[in-house]
Design a protein around this ligand. Structure first.
Ligand SMILES: [Mg+2]
Length: 254
């Protein structure tokens, strides 16, 4: 499937529609349950998942969907599949700090070739189109406003580099600052960190430990097309469709 402007608009709209359903739940009292992996899930994760999976299937029933809240089995012969995290940052959603996202990526031959990340509380969308990445605000009439091409920002001096750390998973900030030789740190929840590197606000996002492929695929695609990279600690490009969809430690850079 070639993702041209028309298809890109359809997929972006799916992410925006999922975001609208998430916000309806966010604005009312809700409860969270613990999943088997001891991560939380809310009604918002499930409602958004149903909507996204249904619409992606309508768009192209031949492409398999792998989702945090849905199917996790890939047919072996399939070299192309969707990776969906309907609500990334459920912990931030529960804390009500607004730092959660909707993530949809298309993976082909182990590489994320398309990605969209939607921030429902900010009504802001990041996505790839062709070889570039874009960001835009979405107004209440669903129109794209101030659409702009985004690029990573090169900061030559190490001390000027902005380190991005996970709000809920960072254990040793001082060690990270020392290791990357900078005092400039920003904390953020969810896949927003990839967007902040892609639009030049941040430079380096180290993520030790296990993450899941649906946490990173859309952000990886957006960062790639904005001029950045996501690599494992042995400097190999992070690939997709791995066993159990588990990522090793990685560093995303602008
Ligand atoms: Mg999730």
């Amino acid at each position: 499937m070639k993702i041209d402007l028309k298809i890109s608009n359809i997929i972006n709209q799916i992410a925006i529609d999922a975001g609208r359903e998430i916000i309806k739940i966010y604005n009312k009292p809700f409860t969270a349950k613990m999943k088997q992996d001891r991560s939380p899930v809310t009604k918002a994760d499930l409602v958004a998942n149903d909507l996204i999976c249904k619409k992606l299937h309508e768009l192209n029933p031949k492409i398999q969907i792998i989702s945090e809240e849905g199917n996790k089995k890939l047919d072996k012969w399939n070299n192309i599949f969707w990776l969906v995290d309907p609500l990334d940052g459920t912990k931030e959603f529960i804390k009500k700090n607004g730092e959660f996202t909707v993530n949809i990526a298309l993976v082909k031959n182990g590489r994320p070739i398309y990605g969209v990340i939607y921030l429902p509380t900010k009504r802001e969308i990041f996505y790839t189109l062709g070889k570039s990445s874009y960001s835009s605000k979405i107004n209440k009439k669903n129109q794209y406003q101030s659409k702009k091409k985004i690029k990573v920002k090169i900061r030559k001096q190490l001390k000027d580099k902005v380190l991005l750390l996970s709000r809920s998973h960072s254990r040793n900030t001082e060690l990270s600052k020392k290791h990357f030789r900078t005092n400039k740190v920003k904390f953020s929840g969810s896949s927003i960190k990839f967007c902040l590197i892609a639009n030049g606000v941040g430079n380096t996002y180290p993520r030790p430990g296990t993450t899941m492929e649906w946490d990173t695929a859309a952000g990886h695609a957006i960062l790639n097309a904005a001029g950045g990279s996501v690599k494992t600690l042995d400097r190999k490009v992070l690939k997709y469709g791995k066993k159990g969809f588990k990522n090793p430690s990685f560093i995303a850079r602008g």
